[in-house]
Design a protein around this ligand. Structure first.
Ligand code: SF4
Length: 286
């Protein structure tokens, strides 16, 4: 049989996702009507399907146009900009803020830096809801995605950097080095979340001691994509969103397989992956 080793500490729901999940589930138990989400609450399709089975789903344009008074509207873990909160409250929704507190802290830092006269630059993904929401709390904040973007910035008297909480720390360090050259006064206030950092470290350590890795997590999940990048530096790595995607042939030459998971992956999916891989014959026995 193939030996499976899983990340012991940082695999599956992080604190922010657990908190958002619990708030949405509790809201669904307290109402007969649907619980609406401001967007994809977490970037994980199986988890979103489970929420849907409890009456928790993404709000549609029709939901926002119809009668809204008293309906529950949950702001996702990635956060929403101030305009989204104002619009939801103005329409009479019962708004539940499920923004991860770490993301909220970054939003506050961005506001404070701008008040202190800094041009705020966030390193992240322009189309990621967390990056967009954080910058929406500033008047002039910018999102950059690479060191090339950093080098292309104009020169500022005061420049400060922050980071999307799930970027790869090594990438952020490179971007900061480039940003330092773009201002008289530079401040680095970036904060990759501790779960993300530890998960990346744990995944790399595991990837170095196995023959292949499975990373379970959403295809559009930023922290999962970083785990894939980290593991790929050490061994063949397979990124799946659902255990149904697993193929026995991937592990034909593997005696030991590692399993890690993104911050929005359910434990049930991790367990299914472990069960599938550990039931495979090892190459020696096959
Ligand atoms: S990965 Fe970190 S910042 Fe993002 S929701 Fe989880 S705990 Fe919060």
């Amino acid at each position: 049989m193939v030996e499976v080793r899983r990340a012991q500490t940082y695999a599956g729901f992080c604190g922010g996702v657990k908190r958002a999940w619990n708030r949405a589930v509790k809201a669904s138990q307290a109402t007969d009507g649907p619980v609406l989400l401001s967007g994809k609450m977490i970037h994980n399709t199986p988890a979103m399907r489970e929420l849907a089975s409890m009456g928790v789903r993404e709000a549609t344009a029709a939901d926002l146009e119809g009668e809204t008074t008293g309906q529950t509207y949950v702001m996702r873990a990635h956060g929403e900009g101030p305009a989204a909160f104002e619009a939801a409250r103005a329409r009479g929704f019962n708004v539940i803020d499920a923004t991860c507190p770490i993301v909220t802290a970054v939003q506050k830092i961005a506001v404070q830096l701008e008040e202190d006269g800094f041009q705020v630059v966030l390193f992240g993904h322009r189309d990621h809801p967390e990056a967009r929401a954080t910058v929406a709390y500033t008047k002039r904040g910018l999102i950059i995605e690479s060191t090339e973007d950093a080098r292309a910035l104009p020169y500022y008297p005061k420049l400060a950097s922050i980071a999307q909480t799930t970027v790869l720390q090594a990438d952020y360090v490179d971007v900061v080095a480039a940003l330092r050259e773009r201002a008289d006064v530079f401040e680095d206030r970036g904060r990759v979340c501790g779960w993300t950092l530890h998960a990346q470290d744990e995944a790399l350590a595991l990837a170095r001691e196995v023959d292949a890795m499975v990373v379970v997590g959403g295809r559009d999940s930023s922290n999962t994509i970083q785990l894939v990048r980290v593991c790929e530096t050490a061994c063949p790595t397979f990124h799946i969103e659902s255990p149904d995607e697993l193929q026995a042939g991937w592990f034909a030459a593997s005696s030991v397989v590692g399993v890690v998971a993104g911050a929005s992956t359910r434990e049930v999916d991790i367990q299914r992956v472990i069960a599938f891989v550990s039931a495979l014959p090892s190459p020696v026995a096959a």
